[in-house]
Design a protein around this ligand. Sequence first.
Ligand SMILES: [Zn+2]
Length: 502
Amino acid sequence: MIRRSLPLFLVLLASLLLAACAKAPVESMPVVDRDEVAMRLTADINVLASDEKAGRKPGTPGGRTTYTYIEKRMGEVGLVSGTNDPGSYWRLPVDLLATEPQSAQLILGQGRRRVVVAEDAAAVFTPRRRALAIGGPGTGVPVVFVGYGDGSVLGDALAGAIVVMLADPGRDAARRDALFRQRATAVLTVLPDNAALDEVRASEGQPRLQLAAEEVDNLAAYITDKAFGDFIGQRRWKGLKAEAEAGILDPLELNLSISVEGTSDRREFPSQNVIGMIPGSVPGSGAVLVLAHWDHLGECGEPGALDRICNGAADNASGIAMMLELARRLKAGPALGRDIYFLATTAEEPGLLGIRSFVRNPPFPLASIVAAFNLDMMAVAPAGSPVGFVGRGRDPQLDAVILAAIAKAGLAVGDQELADSFLKRQDGWALAQAGVPAVLLSSTYGSRAILDPFIATRYHQPSDEAATVELGGAIDDLLLHEALIREIADPAIYPAPAKTGP
Ligand SMILES: [Zn+2]
């Protein structure tokens, strides 16, 4: 029914236009009851960000009940297994390794002289429970000085050796890696002063969480220039450094004994990525991936504070809740051509570990993913806010579809520089590095006026609680993703990008 009578030619013009439009597969979208969507998002956020989940840290009871809750909800919204493994319905195990350096000892010897280097002049780090290397005359293990080099001129000759190198800030990590690749037993880096040693302690001495699969087994020792020079004799040391500086130094076996010992606390434990999917109606046409990290920081408030639990309501209970609602809505609507996967990742906070594990061992070929949408910190902005477009400028076809959908939703594109600054700080980055077109579209990253107050008062603090989330922008973002994924899931509208390279 036409609301008002119109002159006939306008009616004709309108029907011509409609006929023209009908070619595009625009379906009349049902009116969305935003209150109902808000209720469903809130229900999931309340559970995920409850004190009972204790901040959803991987390796804790709260972490485990988080992914069992997500599995239950994936079933409820109608997803099926995405693991491609009959032995594991929802879970993709992620083996994590937590290490924390404990003790260190460095002993230098020459002839009959033997000195335990003072604690304030040396440091030793290893991911092993206990690592010991002893080298020098009579041990069969050479002690080799490579100056500012990385030993590559020696090739395999360094295998088993203890290597002494001069620090050259900016290149040292790569040089140590090169030396360990040549199977050096230990590397002793001579640092210019105590300040440099403090810096190494501040970065290497911390507890660390990593993928067990990415563990680099090594034994790295550090000593100050003064302590090393005092031991081997300042005159000889100055001579060696001068040769290294002039670039005329060949790697040289030192007539010196070194004993390096380090210990670490070490705990290996499994966590889980959880993945479900909606099978597409056009087999072999590729996949769309939606992802959100489920983990957060556990207890991160000030020691002694009344509330120390970092509930992570916006970060990222909101992303998981949005993913589940998105899955429910897509499943409830018309059939989709492509497979749609929904991945809840673990251990994003300590360095995108869950998604890196997924990339190392995906349950289906990464090359089949035509687009990936990460949902992270979604519940911050009010309705109508500009959309931050993280990951723009890497895939022209995807960019064009996204920009059109944002415009169609009546929203503006946000501050691009701000969005770009988050590119490497979210799970999508690990996918992008593996060649997967991956974006994060969220009103949270659209403007500083919205983001800065959140960062200052709630981000990674106990105050990021369920009661403080703002769902207006999240619902805009949710509906934007729904429209976009419907379009991208249709191989007739969105052709698979031509694959380049192998
Ligand atoms: Zn975070």
